[in-house]
Write a protein that binds this ligand. Structure first.
Ligand code: ADP
Ligand code: MG
Length: 706
């Protein structure tokens, strides 16, 4: 039979651009491979002697793939990845070159990267920063039509060893969790497991618009979101886009995106249309926390790159359009031993699974004690548009457990004893020809920021743009901290069973206030949460201080994840970043209003006026025209005044330079409302003038234009 022609052979291509375990085993001498594996799997320090051999093979492999350059790929505090390319070439005495890559070059880099945000950690005059090879995330080649580069995942630290990136504390937090979770696992009699890692599967939402139209929207180009624009007659109200049939042009984009991901060893698995028009989602299969974080960065990069090749633009901003849903990222998180046991797997009868109940109790305690930090981990100027709006969980942290676990906890809290677990029933569809099947014991909840979903927690507050490093650093550390507290107590207990029992009962009773199974989007919940004393940190600026409370500093230092100095610098960077983002938005608002909207509307109004005069000359009263001119002029005055006021406020904000905290607060409280005051009349004007007179594509053009 003739072989069906395939344009993409997934068996051949999956991971083909990755120096993965398979390739390493094939290419590295046995003893070198073994030693490297020890570093990767057991966190053993890398033997410097083997680095040269690994580097050589890595280079040979990369050159076969077409690479001419290598880069230490890192994740500075900007939230995006950074790379500085060096060619492999080394000149020889006879005027030619050889391709070289040493062990030293693999292990350590020194990007002259003084312009990355460091929050005061690194003055420009002492700008040394080092990148160090992170062997736990595989190297890969990035191929583009313009070249091919070997990328080496690295951590980025200052001369004095402070973390300047997101990877370093992430790796530290994973080690902290490993250490504490292992103590618990041992206490429950497991003598063979060697390691506990966190698994993460991030679901990524995004918008796709036509590139030509995108380029005509200066607001999208400068800020990633629309600063102007009224909703077209149709939005998302019919729910006809969600899970709808994927359009051809989008489908071919998704196909290529999947292929690019697969080549990079990213197991892109699920894709569908999301709630809003032009909105989509991609979810890979979960991976180790560190690799998942790197992969998510690559997915976002690929989403943009591939879109470009299709004449499309991918918008990753949390709120590209007012009036319809924004984009988030769901961080599915669990803890797994190296023997493959998921510590968050309750089993069929969770009430009997004491280890699970203890870990669950620890997570509830961690989330309740550090709700402020979790909230902060999802905070950004972009995400402020979502959290609390009617589409994303509120800014209040609560935990959804579902009926079954909630019931077990209730039994434990009430009587100290849990004797049964609610079981899933048969699902009866009422149609004989359809198979009956067993339902899950628990339904899902789509409005909870932190939901238990069977064998993992889903942290649903994250914004679509942000690195998933921050929330996982915090999640890993707060859980490690409580597990440590529990292990301290249990290790010295005389009667282990009794001590576990008491611990669970005590803390479940204490932290039940964090459990909420109802509708997290409702106003009643906001009131109820306040009654329960749960924090509601509405904006990024409200949330940042939680990073540097005494409680936070002590905890991060206890586990060696972040020092007081590092935390201070991170808070500073957050304020700075927030102020900069809003400043760019404010300047763009003013600029677009002044240079595009105002002139276009004034011209249109003048045209109407001359039309009115002509009609009058013909002896007819131009009543409709005059009424229209009046409406337009009313808004035009508001627009003009709004622009003047905004410019004044922007100047005031700039004058606060030097005090980042005060400045960020000012942007939040004063500049944003001033921007809104410009947008409001502008959006009204869009519907008062001829479409042809409007200076850029409308929401309708963008959302329904692919
Ligand atoms: P949904 O929440 O939309 O139902 P899925 O159940 O398909 O989605 O899972 C969403 C994400 O969670 C996927 O990336 C999946 O790989 C990941 N996931 C599944 N199990 C785990 C786990 N034990 N730990 C971490 N992530 C997981
Ligand atoms: Mg989900």
């Amino acid at each position: 039979m003739e072989k069906m022609e395939k344009d993409f052979d997934v068996f051949e291509e999956f991971g083909s651009n990755v120096f993965n375990d398979y390739t390493m085993r094939q290419r590295l001498p046995k003893d070198v491979y073994k030693k490297l594996k020890q570093t990767i799997e057991n966190g053993k320090e890398l033997d410097p002697d083997i680095a040269g051999v690994v580097a050589h093979e890595m280079k040979e492999w990369a050159i076969e793939k077409g690479a001419t350059h290598y880069t230490h790929w890192f994740q500075p505090m900007t939230g995006v990845t950074a790379e500085k390319h060096d060619a492999f070439i080394n000149p020889t005495a006879d005027g030619r070159v050889i391709m070289e890559f040493s062990g030293k070059e693999l292990i350590k880099g020194e990007p002259d990267a003084s312009s990355f945000p460091s929050g005061g950690l690194r003055a420009t005059f002492e700008a040394r920063g080092y990148t160090a090879w992170d062997a736990t995330s595989p190297a890969f080649v990035k191929k583009t039509p313009s070249g091919c580069t070997l990328c080496i995942p690295t951590a980025f630290c200052s001369y004095t060893g402070e973390a300047l990136d997101k990877k370093t504390p992430l790796l530290r937090s994973m080690e902290a969790l490993d250490k504490q979770a292992m103590r618990i696992v041992r206490l429950f009699g497991n003598k063979t497991a060697k390691k506990v890692t966190t698994s993460v599967g991030p679901e990524q939402e995004y918008f796709i618009v036509d590139k030509k139209k995108y380029l005509q929207r200066k607001d999208l180009v400068y800020t990633g979101r629309t600063l102007f624009g009224g909703m077209p007659p149709k939005g998302q109200e019919l729910d006809d886009h969600y899970f709808g049939v994927i359009k051809e042009r989008i489908a071919s984009y998704m196909k290529e995106l999947n292929e690019e991901c697969w080549k990079l060893g990213i197991s892109a698995k699920t894709q569908h249309n999301e709630v809003a028009p032009a909105q989509h989602e991609l979810a890979p299969i979960y991976a180790s926390n560190n690799v998942a974080t790197d992969h998510n960065q690559l997915i976002m990069e690929m989403m943009k790159k591939v879109a470009d090749r299709h004449g499309l633009t991918c918008l990753l901003h949390e709120k590209p359009f007012e009036g319809i849903n924004g984009s988030g990222k769901h961080n599915n998180w669990s803890m797994v031993t190296d023997e493959g046991v998921n510590l968050l797997e309750p089993g069929k009868t969770p009430h009997e699974n004491i280890q699970f109940l203890l870990i669950l109790t620890a997570i509830l305690r961690a989330v309740d004690l550090h709700a402020d930090l979790l909230r902060l981990s999802a905070a950004s100027a972009g995400n402020d548009h979502r959290l609390g709006a009617n589409e994303a969980p509120p800014a209040i942290i609560s935990v959804y457990l579902g009926e079954q676990l909630e019931d077990v906890l209730e039994q434990l809290a009430d009587t100290g004893e849990a004797t049964h677990s609610i079981q899933g029933e048969k699902l009866d569809s009422g149609v004989n020809t359809l198979p009956d099947f067993q339902k899950d014991a628990t339904d899902r909840n789509r409005t909870s920021p932190f939901a238990f979903t069977g064998n993992k927690f889903e942290f649903r507050m994250l914004g679509s743009t942000a690195s998933i490093a921050n929330p996982n650093i915090i999640l890993n550390t707060i859980v490690a901290d409580v597990l440590c507290e529990f292990a301290d107590e249990l290790e010295k207990a005389e009667n282990f069973d009794m001590a576990v029992h008491d611990l669970i009962k005590k803390y479940i009773t204490k932290h039940r206030r964090i459990v909420f199974n109802g509708n997290g989007y409702s106003d009643e919940w906001v009131k109820e949460a306040e009654r329960r004393g749960l924090p509601n940190l509405r904006t990024t600026v409200d949330a940042i201080p939680s990073l540097v409370t005494e409680k936070s500093i002590k905890m991060f230092e206890r586990h060696g994840v972040l020092s007081a100095v590092e935390l201070e610098s991170r808070a500073e960077i957050k304020y700075e970043e927030y102020a900069k983002v809003i400043n760019i938005e404010a300047l763009s608002t003013s600029n677009i209003a002044k240079k595009q909207i105002l002139p276009a509307v004034m011209k249109y109004e003048a045209d109407l006026a001359s039309g009115a005069n002509e009609i009058k000359a013909a002896g007819v009263e131009p009543s409709v025209l005059l009424a229209q001119i009046k409406d337009i002029d009313e808004q035009l005055v508001l627009l003009k005044n709004g622009i003047v006021a905004l410019d004044e406020i922007i100047a005031k904000a700039a004058a606060l330079e030097g005090d980042v905290k005060k400045q960020a607060r000012f942007y939040c409280d004063e500049v944003i409302p001033a921007m809104d005051a410009v947008r409001e009349p502008a959006d009204k004007l869009e519907f008062l003038v001829d479409k042809k007179a409007w200076p850029f594509p409308s929401y309708g053009d963008l959302l329904f234009g692919v």
